[in-house]
Unconditional design. Structure first.
Length: 336
């Protein structure tokens, strides 16, 4: 089915359906959380800065922030933030005098509160339905971005973040949904999984905080062969890969939180590609599916970490990248 890629004006009023263009949207663990819209310059179609582009009823869309004309290619390229990137562009700050912002309650209600806290009510809202998902005593990481904060908050209750634009209200609607395990049960689905193995990635992070010279705050964190982070060094020589992280305003306690978090984010989880034919299945970030590691023949369980969607007049294609890969068969190399 031909998707309608809709563009609004700068005041977010629906303006037109774009034809002959290409919309690329990426979001998830990759941290990109952006969009790119390519329009044929000769078509006369143009999009205003600050406009929204979206495919109704889906999570594919966001806000246009910049444009660039390519005379050689005869195109105009618009870039911006996906709905996920809009969330990621905001920071969840702890209440004054407190170390963390802690929340409890029904998940959709908490998402609505988060939207209000981040002052994003002009472009998004949360579902008014009761999700049936209860969050208990979740503490946001200090000064985390809104997207990762929302995802971690929902994950603490075994749920994931769902986003769908609703043209009737002119908002992206956030909601909590159970993560789906497609690897078991009557709906189990075997994907054609291409696994990229990672033998070694950054496993020693030197965090530099406040201070000068010999008095500067320094912290060392290490990851072992399985990606577990601690202050115990287990890899040495050519197996040790070191990186420096500068956080010049951080004291020792802040580095103790941010250093390990950053090193965990540097653990390379490999990648997967899966093609979906038709619309029988579509996976979400946080879902789990099964597949086969072509090299070893082992069955693997793969968590979807990143989605990359490309929409044209011909339809929508989606590429999936792994958040984590696990297998029940011992393999010659680690692939996290």
């Amino acid at each position: 089915m031909m998707p309608d890629i809709v563009a609004t004006d700068s005041a977010h009023r629906d303006l037109c359906v774009l034809r002959g263009c290409r919309l690329d949207v990426e979001f998830g663990d990759s941290g990109a959380n952006d969009l790119e819209l390519t329009v044929d310059a000769s078509s006369g179609q143009r999009v205003a800065m600050g406009a929204l582009v979206y495919i109704d009823g889906t999570e594919y869309g966001g806000v246009v922030d910049a444009s660039e004309a390519d005379s050689d290619a005869g195109t105009v390229r618009y870039t911006g933030r996906s709905w996920h990137g809009v969330l990621a562009g905001k920071v969840v700050q702890p209440p004054s005098g407190q170390d963390h912002r802690t929340v409890s309650g029904e998940a959709n209600s908490l998402l609505l509160s988060l939207i209000g806290l981040l002052d994003l009510g002009d472009v998004m809202t949360a579902s008014a339905e009761d999700s049936g998902i209860e969050v208990s005593g979740f503490s946001y990481d200090r000064f985390c971005d809104g997207y990762s904060g929302a995802r971690k908050m929902l994950a603490s209750a075994g749920a994931r973040l769902a986003v769908a634009y609703d043209s009737t209200i002119g908002r992206a609607v956030l909601s909590a949904a159970p993560s789906v395990d497609w690897s078991t049960g009557p709906d189990s689905n075997m994907a054609a999984v291409e696994v990229r193995r990672v033998h070694r990635c950054v496993n020693h992070l030197i965090s530099l905080g406040e201070g000068e010279g010999a008095s500067r705050v320094v912290r060392h964190d290490y990851a072992d062969a399985d990606g577990n982070v601690s202050q115990v060094r287990t890899l040495a020589g050519a197996d040790e890969i070191t990186e420096v992280y500068e956080y010049t305003t951080a004291d020792a306690s802040q580095l103790a939180e941010r250093g390990p978090e950053r090193l965990r984010g540097l653990q390379d989880h490999g990648s997967l590609k899966a093609s979906i034919e038709g619309d029988e299945y579509e996976y979400a970030v946080g879902d789990v599916l099964s597949g086969t590691d072509i090299e070893t023949g082992s069955e693997v369980r793969v968590e979807v970490g990143t989605k990359i969607a490309v929409a044209t007049d011909a339809g929508i294609t989606v590429e999936y990248r792994a958040g984590s890969i696990s297998t029940s068969t011992a393999l010659p190399e680690r692939h996290a």
